[in-house]
Design a protein around this ligand. Structure first.
Ligand SMILES: [Zn+2]
Ligand SMILES: [Zn+2]
Length: 423
């Protein structure tokens, strides 16, 4: 299928002029043949010195099917083992790329895309996305999620000018990767609730159309999840479409607000290794666990609200001692304070929060019940518990306290710091 990007740039009632930079999105079997045509005879013909960035696994998975494209590119193959989107990965690409590069092809999953889009932006070179798995929703994102000097950061980067998703490649990706992509989408239940609550409490900008796109992505992934787990090609294509839809939603806003909040903050916290050691888990797997933890906590609070056992106290400011004792031990105290300045909680008044509690409970009702969510994830072969990603239960309370500080973005997990819940 060809996704018509013009469709998303129509005037919108939110008042913002939504901009889509991706010119062409193809999701189908044989899409890379069309890419070869675009490069030899189509709108990519003007680029004469392309660089292809892949890793040892994605090289292996795509070489046969993309041989002609490999032949016409300078190729940098990164070692897949231990590869991260960080300074190190970027340095290797920079060291190996020739000076006259005029186009970058990212052939891989999330990490290869983050590295590629960062380099593309730094050198003002357009890039083409060739996803090798339906593993994340960031393929068309305008930001790169990078670890920079130990701190997880969202860095401005270039969106791709086109996405070439070949079903013959991504439907054959390891099931774990595609399950992880589905999990990345299920996280939208939490971040959409967070966005709606932030809008309710502070008047933060929101766009209903973008929300509807994310809800559409959620609906799609729910309907195809069993097929994805079975490796069904059509289901994987639908998953890829839903992931790209979520990515376009981010592009329309210009940041990850529509697609990432409390559930992603937990994932980022664990990646920063502030309260845990290195984890061998994929992005979506950590998001999956964050989604379950946030859902359970939000539902608990909604129930307390309806039982009349929840009320808000005035905000006490950032927990500087806690931040010092945790992030500080990793040398990240100043950076964490800096990230949280101005404090997004200063906009939240206890009065408005108390007056909004029932509305918040209604928003939380839109998240499936914990048991149902657990069942959906199980059907998709997705991970669900802290144990699944190599953590233990005792990390949960501190994860909920600290994770809101990894990003300057208002989540209900952060607002929760003002809430008292009677037993
Ligand atoms: Zn809008
Ligand atoms: Zn994500």
């Amino acid at each position: 299928m060809r996704v018509d990007t013009d469709d998303f740039a129509r005037p919108c009632s939110c008042g913002k002029k939504h901009k889509i930079d991706v010119q062409e999105i193809l999701i189908e079997a044989g899409a890379v043949e069309k890419l070869e045509e675009m490069m030899s005879d189509g709108f990519l013909k003007e680029y004469i010195s392309p660089l292809l960035i892949c890793d040892t696994n994605t090289y292996e998975a795509t070489y046969d099917i993309m041989e002609d494209i490999y032949d016409r590119c300078q190729v940098v193959i990164l070692e897949a083992e231990g590869l991260h989107a960080d300074n190190h990965g970027v340095e290797i690409v920079e060291k190996n790329m020739e000076e006259d590069i005029d186009l970058i092809l990212a052939v891989g999953s999330g990490t290869i895309h983050d590295i590629s889009r960062y380099v593309a932006y730094q050198y003002r070179i357009p890039f083409v996305s060739v996803p090798t798995a339906a593993s994340v929703d960031g393929f068309v994102s305008t930001v790169a999620a990078m670890t920079w000097d130990g701190m997880k950061k969202t860095i401005p980067a270039a969106p791709p000018i086109c996405v070439i998703a070949d079903t013959n490649i991504f439907a054959k990706a390891p099931k774990r990767l595609n399950a992880s992509g589905a999990s990345d989408l299920f996280g939208k239940y939490i971040c959409l609730a967070d966005w709606k609550i932030a809008h309710l409490l502070t008047g933060e900008y929101i766009c209903k159309r973008v929300i509807r796109m994310e809800e559409q992505a959620l609906k799609t992934v729910r309907s195809c999840i069993k097929g994805v787990a079975a490796g069904d090609e059509e289901a994987c294509e639908e998953l890829m479409y839903a992931l790209i839809l979520s990515g376009l939603a981010m592009q329309m806003i210009g940041n990850s607000r529509p697609a990432s909040c409390a559930e992603h903050h937990m994932s980022h916290l664990w990646e920063m290794e502030v309260i845990n050691g290195p984890l061998d888990a994929l992005h979506g797997e950590k998001v999956s666990v964050g989604t379950m933890l946030a859902a359970r906590e939000y539902k608990r609070i909604a129930e307390a609200v309806r039982d009349g056992k929840c009320y808000a106290d005035p905000y006490q400011g950032m927990e500087e001692k806690l931040i010092r004792d945790t992030f500080g031990k990793k040398g990240l105290y100043e950076k964490t304070i800096e990230e949280n300045t101005p404090d997004p909680m200063e906009m939240v008044s206890a009065d408005r929060l108390n007056a909004s509690l029932y509305k918040i409970a209604d928003i939380i009702d839109e998240i499936p019940e914990v048991e149902e969510l657990d069942k959906i994830l199980k059907n998709g072969g997705c991970v669900r518990t802290v144990q699944d990603i190599g953590l233990t239960e005792d990390i949960i309370p501190l994860t909920m306290e600290l994770s809101p500080y990894v990003r300057n973005r208002l989540s209900f997990m952060r607002v929760r710091k003002m809430l008292n819940i009677e037993p």
